[in-house]
Design a protein around this ligand. Structure first.
Ligand code: AHG
Ligand code: MN
Ligand code: MN
Length: 340
């Protein structure tokens, strides 16, 4: 039997054909992101040779140190999408405000593009997996003037497309337009993403749970009891025995659990019991992966309800995140409801 070779471009165009009203703008936007990913991948692959190692010496809006590759990836995505006329406004983890319109960025762009240019940046200098996460919405404001902050503050429920690129032992781009989740592996000799993982569904039987146990002492009682459950230590509720895996890059931890089954969680941290703080960013991290999880038969919650229902009020809003197999995520909600 021969299996068909399908490039990401062919796959995107096949998706477009299912929408007779499509103009091709959206297809080209997805393809622009794939091209930006190849440029970022090229530099990541030679990061160890020196040019890209280390901190940039700057601090981003999150108060985090920026790595040189954070800045390169951010600039690559901005340069790729500023001049096409497809995007009316962009927002990124690395910048406080929506990306200022360049003179060449045309106002008619009808899409909103939000991204985490480099996820897991603490992994860069040690040759461990990092990623890029993106989210695409329809623009709400009328084209003809620059897109607005309000265009960016949309709930995950309104996502038109979401995806990520994982720069691992191979490079993959995984995306959904609400019609299943599809994964493409970059063939470096061709410079093409080829369909390798069509219609990804989270396996029914999960294998892994993934969290940073260093914070155990500053989790809520509910999250501690939930973790006991995952470890098979809740006497009244024996669980299937799972193994633990944690890379420290959402893209990597989510991707593994998407393919193997499991749950990733980054709960509220009670460093200051009066002012607990979550870490994951709603717009550029949690919402896009939540859409992918939903399309793969999984679920993402903030511990109380569906991530996709949260209406953002701020660009850099943070949320607790529990994501993976639906039953495991719902179990977290149950423990949090019961024990806080
Ligand atoms: P980023 O590199 O984009 O700032 O994101 C890092 C995030 C996320 O990818 C990961 O899951 C989490 O931070 C890891 O945090 P800890 O080091 O606290 O476990
Ligand atoms: Mn990130
Ligand atoms: Mn990042």
């Amino acid at each position: 039997m021969y299996s068909k070779i399908i490039t990401i471009e062919q796959h995107i165009l096949a998706g477009e054909k299912r929408h007779p009203e499509a103009t091709g703008v959206f297809s080209n936007l997805l393809y622009d992101i794939a091209l930006a990913a190849k440029i970022i991948a090229r530099e990541i692959h030679r990061a160890g040779l020196g040019k890209w190692l280390g901190e940039a010496g700057t601090i981003n809006v999150q108060g985090e140190k920026q790595m040189k590759l954070d800045i390169f990836a951010n600039e690559t995505l901005i340069r790729m999408n500023s001049f096409t006329g497809r995007v009316g406004v962009m927002a990124t983890e690395e910048m406080e405000l929506p990306v200022p319109q360049t003179p060449i960025m045309r106002d008619e762009g009808k899409y909103v593009l939000i991204f985490d240019p480099l996820d897991g940046s603490s992994n860069i200098d040690i040759n461990v997996t990092v990623g890029t996460i993106f989210a695409i919405y329809h623009r709400r404001s009328a084209p003809g003037s620059p897109g607005t902050l309000d265009d960016c503050l949309q709930p995950g429920r309104d996502l038109v497309a979401a995806g990520y690129v994982i720069y691992g032992s191979s490079v993959m781009m995984v995306y959904t337009t609400g019609d299943g989740v599809h994964g493409f592996t970059l063939d470096p000799s061709l410079g093409e993403f080829l369909l390798s993982h069509p219609n990804i569904q989270i396996p029914q039987k999960p294998l892994y749970y993934s969290t940073n146990f260093a914070y155990e002492d500053i989790w809520s009682e509910g999250v501690r009891r939930y973790t006991d459950y995952l470890r098979g230590r809740e006497p009244e509720e024996p669980s299937a025995s799972l193994s633990t895996r944690y890379v420290g890059a959402l893209v990597a931890d989510f991707h593994r659990n998407l393919l193997r089954g499991g749950v990733f969680y980054y709960p509220m941290l009670y460093r200051d019991p009066q002012h607990p703080k979550p870490k994951m960013r709603l717009l550029c991290e949690a919402a896009p992966v939540a859409f992918i999880a939903q399309q793969a038969g999984g679920y993402a919650s903030d511990g109380h309800g569906d991530i996709l229902d949260i209406v953002p009020t701020e660009l850099h809003q943070r949320v607790p995140l529990f994501i993976g197999n639906r039953d495991l995520v719902e179990k977290a909600e149950t423990y949090i409801r019961r024990y806080g």
